[in-house]
Design a protein around this ligand. Structure first.
Ligand SMILES: [Zn+2]
Length: 375
């Protein structure tokens, strides 16, 4: 995605176990006429069998299965053959499991949603997996960082000092392939990534990563190992300045008319995958709004320039090399890209930026004086 994940980022062991159980169950069900303990594996299966709510969800799927053995085999094959999730993201010709009729689709969705929301927290399942989802989250943060790797604008969650991993707060886990459209993957270990609340709950929702509403099937970045696909190196920030004369005529205008995210040098394939990221998480709009709103204040506070020459020197220094915390601190990446753009501009453009910042600073000072002294 925007940033690459560490190649040692581990999969969530609880979901490795639960997904394996689902596949095992569908395989065992091909030739079975009755819903019995025989459909389940020895360890994980026993925990699912012993938990009444989980058992009932499995039973509902069994009762919704087609009667002909060939149809059951076809269902199993279509899900089993799609276990390589990176291939689904990278090859548009790989078929997606088609679970029909609706009753079967709904029962599979209900089961896998239950495995994801409830069964994963059973003590026996966590013991067999040797890890809870909370412990997986802490391992993820240690391998990567607390910054959302999808947007670079927000932390995932906040850890508290001296609290055990299993008791820490954790961030949302986004289903790359959403539960509503891809129930076969709702507990697949390659289908989860910790994300910030805005990316997961506000922007993404149930949007389809593999399908463009207008163009149909599309490619998308696969963020997890072994690929850790990312495109931060392709990103540029381009501010669009307002004319100073317009600001002086109308003090309510913003010094920036826009702040655009562009991808110079991206290939056609990369643009297709970046578009899916834009559609899903709406990051350029979020970044554009923020940078447009606080451009002058941020740069003035961050550089505290003494004069125009000092301003130019600081921009040069700040864009010379990547900050060490570029993938750890909120917004750092986006401001770094903005400094890089500013530094590459002719002196006339830098002076334009400088004058806008000075104008905004003066206006803020004037407003503060008016509020304080009533002048
Ligand atoms: Zn995010």
């Amino acid at each position: 995605m925007l940033f690459p994940l560490d190649p040692n980022t581990s999969k969530c062991k609880v979901f490795e176990k639960l997904n394996a159980e689902l596949i095992h169950f569908l395989h065992q069900s091909i030739n079975e006429k009755r819903f019995t303990r025989k459909l389940f594996s020895i360890l994980t299966g026993q925990e699912c069998w012993d938990n009444q709510a989980t058992k009932e969800k499995f039973e509902a799927v069994f009762r919704a299965l087609p009667v002909p053995i060939a149809d059951r085999q076809r269902l199993y094959d279509s899900i089993q053959n799609c276990q390589d999730l990176p291939l689904l993201f990278r090859d548009k010709t790989v078929p997606i499991p088609n679970i029909t009729p609706v009753k079967l689709f709904d029962s599979v969705k209900s089961l896998t949603t239950h495995l994801f929301t409830r069964t994963k927290d059973l003590a026996g399942i966590k013991r067999i997996a040797t890890e809870s989802i909370e412990e997986h989250y802490q391992a993820y943060v240690r391998s990567n960082s607390e910054l959302c790797f999808l947007c670079g604008t927000s932390s995932l969650a906040q850890n508290r000092f001296n609290i055990a991993d299993d008791d820490q707060w954790r961030a949302d886990y986004d289903h790359l392939l959403c539960k509503d459209k891809y129930p076969a993957f709702s507990c697949h270990p390659d289908n989860f990534i910790p994300t910030c609340h805005i990316c997961n709950s506000k922007a993404k929702g149930a949007k389809d990563v593999l399908s463009d509403a207008r163009l149909g099937r599309r490619k998308a970045f696969f963020p997890l190992p072994p690929f850790q696909e990312s495109f931060h190196h392709l990103v540029a920030m381009v501010p669009v300045f307002s004319a100073l004369a317009d600001l002086k005529a109308d003090g309510n205008l913003s010094p920036l008319r826009a702040a655009r995210v562009s991808y110079p040098g991206a290939t056609v394939d990369e643009r297709e995958m970046i578009k899916s990221w834009i559609d899903l998480y709406q990051v350029p709009k979020r970044v554009g709004e923020r940078i447009t709103n606080v451009f002058c204040e941020y740069i003035d506070a961050d550089c505290t320039p003494e004069d125009f020459n000092d301003f130019c020197e600081q921009i040069e220094r700040k864009s010379r090399r990547e900050p060490a915390d570029i993938m750890k601190t909120e917004w750092r990446f986006w401001w770094f890209r903005l400094y890089q753009w500013l530094n590459a501009q002719h002196e006339d453009i830098k002076r334009e930026a400088w004058e806008l910042i000075q104008w905004k600073k003066q206006r803020v000072n004037d407003n503060n004086a008016a509020q304080t002294f009533g002048i």
